[in-house]
Design a protein around this ligand. Structure first.
Ligand code: NAD
Ligand code: UGA
Length: 462
């Protein structure tokens, strides 16, 4: 039996360890977090995150070989042979690199905590997404100890996406493990390869050097986000030219060299990582004297911000250039469907834009209202939070669909239309609605990357 500790019980630490525990009943896994409330929730059936299938996986191992703890960290660290570090690494908000590079304060505190409580050698695994060469800094902190201990630092970035985390962890496209090309480094890499090989086919486990592994994680997210920004840029052109972005996506995606996935035009990408990780990449390029490379990747973020701003501007101009005092139902707060996470959600960015226009907002989401209230900060006091979409749309001038929850596509829009102010507008930021049907019901329908379907003639200055 190997004792494994994971520090950080968030969106990554919790689900990842639950799946490892499920497939490795021979190992004992403890997930530690400083947030006591979160740990209490991990120990209940009301988990701290909404993730389909997660509770069932947790329930199979919890109390057997999977434990969640907010206490006794000294003992947990000392007993563990392998420590995954999965704490948050948000963008720095102060000092050098502010607004760009990662804030590594939680990271460094964790390294020092590990050192303080260790009396045996250990494998330390970077599970968090980190700037390239962070492992070096970690090694410098850990291995300049007076105790004569050796810590082998590996990089094992996580590629799960929220909403499909369990599926991604059960059948990953690949598992990436980076380590030093030294006997100790390679032995540690093999230990982690063997751990994953309990359920992941060996040919899906990739081993690289440490820096390739750290960089690959940033690059994977940058490439994914770049595809979305690319198709969103084209969606703006479609709206001007009469092309339909879904038809264009389909046509280009049929080229096997391009592929069909991650080509869905939308109000913009969100989530805690795409922007943060690209900013990290940009900062890295700048600090390595590569301003042209930095500018190239920064454009992915600028295009995303443009797409969000364009959505708001389109709502204002379509609704006769004023939103002041108009009730608008916002369908969706989460940054994507099937998650309660609202970090960097385009829905909240649009809400802020609409509040600046003095619109009267009713925010509706099946699982993310609590997080939205926190993330909106002071603006939350100007928003009504409503779980029932029919109540949210009652008396509204417009609906903006900003998260692709399946439930929003299945509502009775006849009923909704009858309770709204005329003329009624629908702005579908996810292209999930049957537009022809919506138009037939009586809505003026705006979609991303398509011509609007209207019941009146639009003033055009084009
Ligand atoms: P999160 O905020 O959900 O969880 C991080 C947890 O770490 C929090 O619960 C926090 O209380 C805890 N923590 C912070 N400092 C601690 C300390 N000193 N001791 C113990 N616990 C501590 O973050 P997350 O979404 O799980 O992301 C973690 C990392 O994984 C980030 O680097 C992120 O970029 C990366 N990542 C996230 C996702 C995702 O889908 N969310 C996917 C892949 C990679
Ligand atoms: C993303 C990556 O997909 C994961 O591989 C990675 O591990 C993770 O970031 C991370 O490092 O945190 P996630 O942010 O959870 O996962 O969700 P995605 O499915 O990638 O969606 C991100 C955003 O892009 C969402 O707002 C989504 O609605 C949007 N999106 C996605 C589009 O607008 N169009 C698409 O075609 C795909």
């Amino acid at each position: 039996m190997t004792k494994i500790l994971c520090i950080g019980a968030g969106y990554v630490g919790g689900p990842t360890m639950a799946v490892i525990a499920l497939h490795c009943p021979q190992h004992l896994i403890t997930v530690f977090d400083i947030n006591e409330k979160k740990i209490a929730e991990w120990n209940s059936d009301n988990l701290p995150i909404y993730e389909p299938g997660l509770l069932e996986v947790v329930q199979q191992s919890r109390g057997r070989n999977l434990f969640f703890s907010a206490s006794d960290i000294a003992r947990h660290i000392d007993e563990a042979e392998i420590i995954f570090v999965s704490v948050n690494t948000p963008t720095k908000t102060f000092g050098q690199g502010a607004g760009r590079t990662a804030d590594l304060q939680y990271w460094e505190k964790t390294a020092r905590m590990i050192l303080e409580h260790s009396s045996t050698d250990k494998i330390i695994i970077e599970k968090s997404t980190l700037p390239v060469r962070t492992a070096q800094a970690m090694e410098n902190i850990l291995n300049t100890n007076a105790k004569g201990l050796h810590f082998e630092v590996l990089s094992n970035p996580e590629f799960l996406a929220e909403g499909s985390a369990i599926q991604n962890l059960e059948k990953p496209d690949r598992v990436l493990i980076g380590g030093h090309d030294t006997p100790k480094g390679q032995k540690a890499v093999q230990t982690i390869v063997d751990l994953y090989a309990n359920w992941v086919p060996r040919d899906r486990i990739i081993t690289t050097n440490l820096w390739s592994s750290e960089l690959s994680k940033l690059v994977a997210n940058a490439f994914l986000a770049q595809r979305i920004s690319s198709i969103n840029a084209i969606s703006a052109l479609c709206e001007k030219t009469g092309a339909d972005v879904e038809e264009v996506s389909y046509a280009i995606g049929r080229d096997s060299r391009i592929g069909p996935r991650f080509l869905k035009a939308s109000v913009g990408f969100g989530g805690s990582c795409f922007k943060k990780d690209i900013l990290n990449l940009v900062y890295l390029c700048e600090s390595q004297g590569l301003p042209e490379v930095a500018a190239y990747w920064e454009q992915v973020i600028l295009m995303n911000e443009y797409q969000e701003a364009r959505f708001v501007a389109n709502m204002v101009s379509s609704m006769f250039n004023t939103l002041a005092g108009k009730r608008i139902a916002i369908f969706g707060a989460a940054f994507k469907a099937n998650t309660s996470d609202t970090r960097e959600s385009p829905a909240l960015a649009v809400c802020r834009g609409l509040l600046a226009e003095k619109a009267d907002l009713v925010l509706c989401d099946p699982h993310a209202l609590e997080n939205a209230r926190v993330d909106l900060g002071e603006d939350a006091s100007r928003v009504t939070f409503e779980k029932d979409p029919y109540v949210a749309a009652d008396g509204a001038h417009a609906i903006a669909v900003l998260t692709e929850w399946e439930a929003f596509a299945k509502l009775d829009y006849h009923r909704i239309f009858d309770a709204m102010v005329n003329p009624s507008f629908i702005f579908d930021g996810r292209n999930i609605l049957d537009r022809a049907k919506m138009h037939e019901i009586g809505f003026n329908v705006y979609s991303v990357g398509k011509q609007p379907l209207l019941h009146f003639k639009q003033n055009s200055t084009d």
